[in-house]
Design a binder for this molecule. Structure first.
Ligand SMILES: Cc1cc2nc3c(=O)[nH]c(=O)nc-3n(C[C@H](O)[C@H](O)[C@H](O)COP(=O)(O)OP(=O)(O)OC[C@H]3O[C@@H](n4cnc5c(N)ncnc54)[C@H](O)[C@@H]3O)c2cc1C
Length: 484
């Protein structure tokens, strides 16, 4: 429980309007995008400057108050779920695009800026910021950096980490550090920025980011290909890469997802297909023309039942909407949607998909799978209802098996959503004890009092135990927590 003195201190730093303690406000921030995880915070603090964040952190460090950073709360692994006794530091008011430097092709932005606003701002002057998470219209760039988010264009262009040149960070003790610069090359000392990218808000609060931009591709073509069996779709993916074509986007939807998307969007997807591939190529017009023609030939030679190229931008957007709407379309079917991101090497996509299918049948679950087939990042999505404890337990077992299989196939328990709370239990299986101990020792150096997002990713301090919201399996559905 926060002391009244602490609230007064926070009000002195950021003003009354920016300190929320009413139950209705706290309820809004008890969740993120992860199902079945929730916890009321003690207060919501809304800073507007790095200096305010530094003062807040210095005070919390002294008083041992847990702090949970939050961007837009779209995270899918519970990273911004409050922990008991914490304040939530809402970072979405750090919302300025500070500078777009066309000569050096860089942009300095505050970390509360919405990802798609960066796309829009730089594309106006012929530049391109490629990472495009499915949540880009709501997620913040700070959340993207903290999760090292990927997106539909990740196959060709990489993930957030590949576009971060530098940053400003407030450390758990309130110190402010600047790291990186606009140089294309810089090997002076450790790459400190890389410590914070993907650290899920456990090591520091990123307040500004320097992003690398590239020239906006001149041209783009979009293809949709339908398959009667999953194996042919998987072989088509491999054949495209084997032909040394790296599409911008190479996305996959299985039968369950196709049905849900069609019922939601009515864009004309055929309901008798086992799989759909969305393929986009971009670059110089002549190269795009040539590559798209080769891809059409590969689809034909790999038993695609039907394939078509979008005739204009409007149709391309319609094709892409099949994939962009996969999550909302699946989420309409049952009250609880558990979306995971088991990822395997590209060559293991077909066995991984077969295994997901087998596991879904074994546990009598409805699991639709879609995802970034080009980079092996699959999203098995279980449609369930958290009030059905039996089904939730079966879902937990199913995902255990899915993650085990992904690791066995040389993959990972998460390709882009992070570990947070939801996948914390699986991380030791993937990293082993020495891997976890290494991360813990880094946490100890930067956050010796364990105040920043404690208990996420891995637990360290006994203080973290009992502070945390329970895992999915442990949450009993009572009238009280149903209200939450
Ligand atoms: C519909 C939907 C589609 C999605 N599609 C994708 C996708 O394609 N690819 C993908 O990678 N993810 C995807 N996600 C997951 C999610 O959107 C990303 O993880 C995103 O980067 C989170 O951004 P956010 O601003 O919502 O961060 P939050 O959810 O608020 O926070 C995420 C984590 O970052 C920390 N954090 C936030 N801001 C900061 C900061 N400034 N400094 C330090 N730590 C911070 C938080 O403590 C938390 O641990 C999707 C989610 C949804 C709901």
């Amino acid at each position: 429980m926060l002391k009244p003195d602490s609230i007064t201190k926070f009000i002195n730093i950021i003003g009354t309007d920016n300190v929320l303690t009413e139950k209705e406000d706290l309820l809004t921030y008890a969740y993120d995008g992860t199902p079945m995880l929730r916890q009321l915070p003690e207060a919501i603090l809304i800073p507007h400057t790095t200096k305010e964040i530094s003062q807040i952190m210095r005070f919390c460090h002294q008083e041992l108050i847990p702090v949970v950073p939050r961007g837009s709360g779209t995270g899918l692994s519970g990273g911004s779920i409050p922990v008991e006794g914490c304040i939530v530091l809402l970072l979405n008011q750090l919302d300025k695009i500070i500078e777009i430097d066309s000569e050096n092709m860089t942009a300095w932005v505050e970390t509360g800026v919405i990802t798609s606003s960066i796309h829009e701002a730089v594309e106006k002057i012929g530049l391109f910021y490629p990472p495009d998470p499915g949540s880009m219209k709501i997620s913040t760039i700070g959340g993207n950096v903290a999760e090292n988010s990927g997106g539909l264009r990740g196959l060709k262009y990489g993930v957030t980490r590949n576009y971060v040149l530098g940053m400003e960070v407030v450390l758990p003790n309130g110190d402010i550090i600047q790291t990186g610069n606009k140089c294309a090359k810089d090997v002076a000392g450790f790459s400190i920025k890389d410590v914070f990218i993907g650290s899920e808000g456990t090591l520091g609060i990123v307040t500004k980011v320097l992003l690398k931009l590239i020239p906006l591709p001149e041209s783009k073509k979009t293809i949709l290909a339908y398959f009667k069996d999953i194996d042919s779709a998987a072989k088509t993916v491999s054949a495209i890469i084997a032909a040394h074509i790296i599409p911008t986007t190479l996305e996959f939807l299985d039968h369950v997802t196709i049905e849900c998307v069609e019922n939601y969007t009515h864009i004309g997807l055929p309901l008798d297909m086992a799989a759909v591939l969305l393929i986009e190529v971009d670059g110089a017009a002549t190269v795009v023309e040539d590559e798209s023609r080769q891809i059409m030939d590969i689809c034909k030679n790999h038993q695609a039942a039907e394939f078509k190229m979008a005739k204009d931008n409007e149709e391309a957007l319609k094709f892409a909407s099949a994939r962009r709407n996969a999550f909302p379309a699946l989420a309409r079917y049952k009250p609880t949607t558990i979306l995971e991101d088991a990822t395997v090497p590209r060559s293991a996509i077909a066995p991984m998909l077969a295994e997901i299918h087998r596991i879904a049948e074994k546990y009598h679950l409805q699991i639709g799978t879609f995802g970034h087939a080009g980079d092996g990042n699959l999203h098995p999505t279980c449609l369930t209802d958290e009030r059905d404890t039996d089904e939730i337990q079966r879902a937990e077992k199913a995902f255990n098996e899915i993650f085990e299989k992904a690791v066995e196939l040389g993959g990972t328990i998460t390709g882009e959503h992070g570990v947070g709370l939801a996948k914390k239990g699986f991380l030791p299986k993937q990293l082993g004890d020495p891997g976890i101990a290494f991360m813990q020792s880094m946490k100890n150096v930067l956050d010796p009092h364990q105040i920043l997002n404690p208990g996420k990713v891995f637990s360290l301090h006994p203080r973290c135990e009992g502070l945390l919201p329970k895992t999915r399996e442990q949450i009993p559905v009572t009238p009280e927590n149903e209200q939450l």
